[in-house]
Every structure is written in structure tokens, then in C-alpha cells.
Design a protein around this ligand. Structure first.
Ligand SMILES: [Zn+2]
Length: 329
């Protein structure tokens, strides 16, 4: 290659050096790429190395400030198969905003958060699209909607559906009230408790599980003045019954088998899929409940419960207050 400095033909290699600089008031370290004429000891930039160095410096700054890098922004956008212009318009930004973020300018924190959320949550991106619908013609809008919806996977969709159903079921019960033990219902916690009980009791029926959950919540409330699951319970003929119990039993994580017995069907809980680890204090309470009631047959535990003050002092279909925790037999 002809060297622009010494005018001779010699090999020129690209060299890399970790370089410190102050960028927007912050000290950053980035990979500086350059060429060098070894004859004259002169460094120079050629082709696109200058621009690329600046890009690396900006990305080093972004990393330091916890912002998405240009390539991360591009990969979020590509995940949804969107053009820079469409991605910008979905957020209601200018036509070239995203193009600039992917090349030569650094995004604001608020813009960064929106892009980040859109990466984690396709529903959020759909909401944004809905909000800025007027930026697109009908055909374009449907096309974008389809592209985003493709990224919503079915298990997550189902999960959200059950979250929503429970939310609706609990909408009339204040999460700070004594009826749910001063706690917002925690579906994932319920799943892990059911899993734990099913692993420790050989024949767990739906009815029996309902009672065990109630005792777990009552024991927990008695000890810590808060429920474990956030479930509310109503007075039913077979004892305390969790509000939204049918929804919980239908969750995809629940593995239940139906056993035909004379003229009735028994629902036996095999397990519940869950990755959430229970804490030692929670396990202590659950173990106590299993010890106290685990061996009882469904009918025995129902009969036993009928004698609890919580049951005697409430009417059919009435919510059972956690106040009765102190009176548990
Ligand atoms: Zn040279």
C-alpha cells in the first residue's frame, strides 16, 4: 500500500489501543483503531476508522451510563423486524430519531427506558403502536401489529390471561384489607406452595388443598400479621374456599388428574409447575400445617374446619376475615 506520509510502498497494519478520554464529562475507555507509518512514526485514520472510533467511544459512554448501545438498539428493532422509521413512529418520535441513535447521537434516559421496555415486553410496544396509530395508514398499522404480535409467545400470553382473571376476581377486595391478610395476591407464590404440598402429601384433593391453603395463610397471619399468599377466603359448605380458586385450578401450571369414584369425580392434584423457591420461614409454616392436617382425609379436615370460629361465626358466601387467625384451634 502506498503510505500517505512517507510516500513509499510498505505494509500498513490496523492497530488497536485502549484509550481513555473524557466524553460528555465522563472518563471512558474505548478501543481506538488506527494505522501507523512505522517509517515516520505517524498515526493516521483512514476510511471509516475515525467514525467507528467515535461510535465505540459513544458506546463506552452508554455502557458506563447504563444506556443501550447502538447495536443493542438495532437488535431490539430487528427482533421485531421493524425499520428505523417505523420503530421511531411507533413511539411517536421523529422520522430519523432511531437512525440517529443507531449511528451518531446518544439517547435521553426517557427514550432509553421506552426502548428497553419494548424489548422486554411486546405488549408495551403494542400499547405504543396503539397510542401513535395516527402515524400510520391502516395497512401499515395492521402489518406492524402482526409483526409485534409474532413476538408474544403463547405461554406468556396464557400466563397474563390468568393474572388478569385473578386481578378481576380480586378487584372488589382491597389488597390492604384484613380479608386478604394485608397482602396483594401472589400467583407465583401460590404455585410454589401447591407444588410443595403436592410433593409432601400422597393423595391431595382439590378440596383438601383449599383447606390446607387456608390453614397456611391463617398460621402465617397468626405469626406475622400478614397472609402468605394474599388469597381471600369465603365461607362455603365445604369450609373456607379461596376466592378465584377455580381460576387457579385451571392454570396451565396445575397438573390434575380426574378419578372416577362411584358417582362422583375426585380431582387429585399431582403437582404444580413452579421455579420460585420458598423461604425457610414459609416452609416452616407449611410443614407445620402438613404435620397437623396432612394425614386427615378430605372429609375429616372439612368436619374439623366446620368447628373453627372462623366458620361458625360467618355466613354462607361471606368473606372470612383473617381476624379469626387468633382463634384457630
Ligand atoms: Zn509510511
Amino acid at each position: 500500500m502506498r503510505c500517505p506520509y512517507c510516500e513509499k510502498e510498505h505494509n500498513i497494519f490496523e492497530k488497536i489501543e485502549q484509550t481513555k478520554m473524557i466524553f460528555k464529562g465522563e472518563e471512558i475507555t474505548f478501543e481506538n483503531h488506527y494505522y501507523e507509518c512505522e517509517e515516520k512514526g505517524i498515526r493516521f485514520f483512514g476510511g471509516k476508522t475515525g467514525d467507528q472510533n467515535l461510535m465505540r467511544a459513544r458506546d463506552a459512554y452508554r455502557k458506563k451510563m447504563g444506556l443501550l448501545t447502538s447495536s443493542e438498539i438495532a437488535s431490539i428493532r430487528n427482533k421485531y423486524n421493524l425499520t428505523q422509521k417505523d420503530y421511531s413512529f411507533i413511539f411517536g418520535w421523529g422520522e430519523v430519531t432511531v437512525t440517529r441513535y443507531e449511528s451518531n447521537s446518544i439517547q435521553d434516559v426517557t427514550y432509553d427506558e421506552l426502548m428497553r421496555r419494548s424489548n422486554e415486553d411486546p405488549y408495551f410496544l403494542l400499547e405504543m403502536l396503539e397510542k401513535n396509530k395516527s402515524n400510520f395508514c391502516d395497512a401499515k398499522y395492521s402489518e406492524l401489529r402482526k409483526k409485534i404480535e409474532e413476538k408474544i409467545d403463547r405461554p406468556v400470553l396464557m400466563e397474563n390471561l390468568f393474572d388478569r382473571a385473578l386481578e378481576i376476581e380480586y378487584s372488589s377486595i382491597d389488597e390492604n384489607s384484613i380479608y386478604c391478610g394485608y397482602k396483594k395476591i401472589e400467583k407465583r407464590k401460590i404455585e410454589s406452595i401447591i407444588k410443595y404440598i403436592a410433593e409432601n402429601i400422597s393423595f391431595l384433593t382439590k378440596t383438601k388443598l383449599a383447606k390446607l391453603l387456608w390453614y397456611i395463610d391463617m398460621y402465617n397471619f397468626k405469626k406475622r400479621n400478614i397472609s402468605m399468599t394474599g388469597l381471600a377466603y369465603i365461607h362455603m359448605p365445604y369450609g373456607a374456599y379461596p376466592v378465584g380458586y377455580e381460576i387457579i385450578m385451571l392454570m396451565p401450571s396445575m397438573k390434575i388428574e380426574e378419578i372416577e369414584n362411584k358417582n362422583c369425580t375426585i380431582n387429585r392434584i399431582i403437582t404444580c409447575e413452579s421455579n420460585l423457591e420458598l423461604g425457610a420461614e414459609e416452609i416452616e409454616i407449611i410443614d407445620k400445617v402438613i404435620l397437623d392436617y396432612g394425614d386427615m382425609k378430605t372429609k375429616e379436615i372439612v368436619d374439623y374446619m366446620h368447628l373453627e370460629k372462623a366458620y361458625v361465626n360467618t355466613q354462607k358466601n361471606e368473606l372470612i376475615s383473617y381476624e379469626f387467625a387468633k382463634d384457630i384451634k
